[in-house]
Design a protein around this ligand. Structure first.
Ligand SMILES: O=P(O)(O)OC[C@H]1O[C@H](OP(=O)(O)OP(=O)(O)O)[C@H](O)[C@@H]1O
Ligand SMILES: Nc1nc2[nH]cnc2c(=O)[nH]1
Length: 193
């Protein structure tokens, strides 16, 4: 057996992956997220911040389902740098002063260890946001406490590296409409076949 590695052609990741949530399940989860956000935020004129780049697919599908007035902007912070382990958080685009006195909704593809969303929430509060609401497409089940909780979670995923629906595997496959998990190990025979 060999560890799944980052040098393979991208088709290999998908060929050996396990489907975790199919496209219909993702669409249903996004519709449910929209319904929950409508209930809690319809009269708050929120500023919705997309956490680029993983949340781009969620943002594109969720926003048209929200039928109340909102403003849209984005932040960008990367902790995985197209790898499968979290590293130091690198800020690329900070929340702007526009968050001041606003209800801010952070939308992201995945809450894993929670360090990314905890840091973004903290920055928004430092910049004067009056309230920060967090909605994620997926939360990874780690079995231990995290530094932050999401207010709205679409789907749960197992403690494996997942991709699709905005989430990358070594930079690839954010474009998939369903969520897959990378295998921990793949036999050399399977990769050469
Ligand atoms: O809960 P955590 O363990 O902190 O991880 C979650 C973050 O990891 C991913 O971002 P990534 O750093 O891969 O950047 P990306 O959005 O460009 O893919 C994802 O989009 C979340 O923002
Ligand atoms: N693509 C992807 N990004 C992540 N960021 C934190 N966890 C994950 C994960 O499982 N997959």
């Amino acid at each position: 057996m060999t560890l799944f590695d980052p040098t393979l052609p991208p088709a290999q990741y998908l060929a050996h992956a396990d489907l975790i949530h199919d496209e219909a399940a993702v669409r249903l989860a996004i519709a449910e997220l929209a319904a929950a956000l409508k209930l809690s935020l319809h009269d708050s004129q929120p500023l919705v911040l997309c956490v680029m780049g993983g949340a781009v697919v969620l943002a594109g599908q969720l926003l048209p389902l929200l039928d109340f007035p909102l403003e849209f902007d984005y932040v960008q912070a990367s902790r995985y740098h197209n790898q499968t382990q979290g590293q130091t958080l690198l800020w690329k685009v900070l929340p702007s002063h526009h968050v001041k006195d606003r209800t801010v909704v952070l939308i992201d593809d995945i809450l894993d260890e929670g360090h990314t969303l905890a840091a973004i929430r903290e920055k928004c509060l430092e910049q004067g946001a009056s309230r920060v609401v967090i909605a994620v497409l997926a939360e990874k089940l780690l079995g231990h406490e995290k530094p932050i909780r999401a207010d709205h979670v679409g789907l749960q995923v197992p403690n494996r590296y997942v991709f699709g629906c905005g989430m990358d595997v070594y930079g690839w496959w954010r474009n998939l409409p369903a969520i897959y998990a990378l295998p921990e190990q793949v036999s050399p025979a399977a990769l050469s076949g």
